[in-house]
Design a protein around this ligand. Structure first.
Ligand code: FVH
Length: 293
């Protein structure tokens, strides 16, 4: 007997197995279902209840966690199921429109729907390192999974934070790769540059609260450096890359954005003024160039 919330986990891929394993370890009565039934074997050996059908899984727990490849798979699997009275937590990755549409779809069928994004890898699930973001109605009793944060009632918010996090991750990695490629032309290996790059990334991260305040205030006084100064440094990066035979697409992309902001009269302001370029669609001329490239 336990007072822990009974849960069902539908979808036992790498992530679903980690989620179900964490619930089991924390003492939640855990029911599992997967299309390929053999993926439940290890969890069942550890104490999970196997559900014979997906509909059995939906009725077994007070909370059903769904973690499939994508939203299309969620609809393929659950469109024909009775959802009335269930509470669904969908931890499948997608975009905010898919999340909001799934919330409408579930609510029309009488389910309580929470959308979530997992910003973690399977091995960290069940530890504080695993960041899990939720949006929609508030859910309790998910501490077994990691650091769970409720963002608000808009079901699209978790997916929006997820893609914003991905933008950060790939931008930092791409910037590091650009520098690594440049330094390798002078015989500096990636491992030698990595500690310096890490220090740079951490230093830049320190600027974020102040820059965020400028964006929220809509005022961009050049306290550290003007955008025109930054644009000249971007030109050095492009020149250096081209001279060394290194790909210059990435610096050219952000220099083009800075040049547009300067042409619009923002050259004497500070870097976050570029939010105005990020906040609007890509100009049609650039899109045409891309198509003809
Ligand atoms: N793994 C990770 O590190 C990332 C971290 C960030 C968030 N993601 C998202 O989590 C979702 C699941 O990812 P996964 O790593 O568990 O993925 P797979 O191991 O490939 O498992 C996919 C499961 O989905 C089942 N499935 C797919 N299509 C259907 C369908 N039409 N009907 C029923 N089930 C379906 C699949 O079943 P099977 O192939 O084993 O029978 C797996 O259970 C994902 O959104 C990530 O972006 C993980």
């Amino acid at each position: 007997m336990t007072d822990k919330l009974p849960v069902s986990v539908i979808g036992l891929g790498l992530m679903g197995q980690a989620l179900a394993g964490a619930f089991l370890k924390a003492g939640h009565p855990t029911t599992v279902w997967n299309r390929t039934a053999s993926k439940a074997d290890r969890l069942v050996a550890e104490g999970a209840q196997p559900a014979p059908t997906v509909d059995d899984a939906l009725t077994a727990g007070s909370l059903t966690i769904v973690c499939l490849t994508d939203y299309q798979a969620v609809h393929e699997l659950l469109d024909a199921s009775e959802l009335k009275g269930t509470t669904l937590l969908n931890l499948t990755s997608g975009n905010s429109a898919q999340a909001r549409e799934a919330a409408r779809w579930a609510e029309q069928r009488g389910a309580r729907y929470v959308d979530g994004a997992i910003m973690a890898i399977p091995s960290t699930i069940g530890t504080p390192e695993a960041v899990i973001l939720l949006s929609g109605p508030h859910l309790q009793d998910l501490d077994a999974l990691g650091t769970v944060t409720h963002l608000g009632t808009d079901p699209g918010l978790a997916s929006l934070y997820d893609v914003a996090g991905l933008a950060m991750m790939w931008s930092v990695l791409n910037a590091w790769l650009q520098g690594t490629a440049l330094l390798r032309t002078a015989g500096v290996d990636a491992a030698t540059y990595a500690p310096f790059a890490r220090q740079m990334a951490a230093g830049v991260a320190e600027w974020l609260p102040g820059y965020a305040q400028q964006i929220d205030d809509g005022s961009f006084p050049a306290e550290v450096s003007a955008l025109e100064t930054d644009a000249r440094a971007m030109a050095h990066l492009i020149e250096e890359s081209e001279a060394s035979g290194v790909n210059a697409e990435l610096p050219k992309l952000f220099k083009a954005m800075a040049d547009r902001a300067i042409a619009a009269g923002h050259g004497a302001e500070q870097y976050p003024v570029l939010i105005e370029e990020f906040a609007k669609p890509q100009p049609t001329t650039t899109r045409r160039d891309e198509r003809s490239a």
